[in-house]
Design a protein around this ligand. Sequence first.
Ligand code: NAD
Length: 311
Amino acid sequence: MKAVVTGGAGFIGSHLCDHLIGQGHEVVALDDLSTGSESNLEQLGGHPRFELVKGSVLDKALVDDVVAAHDTVFHMAAAVGVHTIVDKPLESLRTNLHGTENVVEAAVRHGAGYLIASTSEIYGKNDTDGLTEDADRILGSPLKSRWSYAAAKGLDELVAYIHGGDSGLPCAITRFFNIVGPRQTGRYGMVVPRFVDQALAGEPITVYGEGTQRRCFGSVFDVVPAMVRLLECPPARNRAVNLGGLEEVSIGELAQRVIELTGSTGDVVHVPYEEAYGEGYEDMRRRMPDTTLAADLIGYEPQWRLDDIIA
Ligand code: NAD
């Protein structure tokens, strides 16, 4: 495989680069380093099958140029993080929609298979048991999507579907549910690294709201190989597939587990949502994936337990 990983200097993208290089593939990471960092790729520095191109997926000519020499594209680049999205909704919408258009159109033009990263956010505030991949719920109810991020990702999926259906190329869409692991930073509001940073610094852990909201955290080491398998799986073509962990935990319990595992002397403090994200902010009470489709298609079965992920 000659692969392009957009957002390759980011959290998931850099692990994907490691994995692809480990599998013997050639890899180019395309990243503008807005939230990613070169340090995430220092282990690949000087590797003969690896290159980092610094630039934006909004640069159509650059994207075309990079994709032209490759047969596979993993599109991870996006404006991410609750703070970025809430503070700069239009900018995130543009980056996420136009970036995906540029990447998918270049892939189709040059006959490269492609996978785009979508998100559980497109399910909006839906907090019923085990979310399934039913597309009607998203496209039929766009107003349920929260923020520009969710809307752009929904449209990204549409761009991928439309091109994928016509092109006959391998095309996959992964909807990530709270993926965590090394190199993820807490700077943009991600809860697990933020809690771990606070605990290791001996500071109080700040829980937004009462801490009763529930989540499942998935390991990056489970989802990265799953992405590659999905792109190589013909029945997964042009379908959106949930990927995440299956161990549900409340945010209050998560804080306690982080304190225990780090041996922190810090306490837990509760902060109202409005203080963290401004007036009118509402969080989802519960978010857990139904990963049956991934299990059926590629035998996906998360191996990483939450305590091991935190450790
Ligand atoms: P990340 O911020 O670590 O990675 C995103 C990368 O994209 C960064 O390296 C950033 O510098 C780069 N980038 C941003 N704008 C760019 C642009 N215009 N041109 C080129 N590069 C650009 O975040 P991540 O968690 O690794 O997310 C990767 C993908 O997975 C994103 O598409 C995100 O929406 C999606 N996702 C992640 C999660 C999760 O739990 N981590 C959940 C849902 C979806």
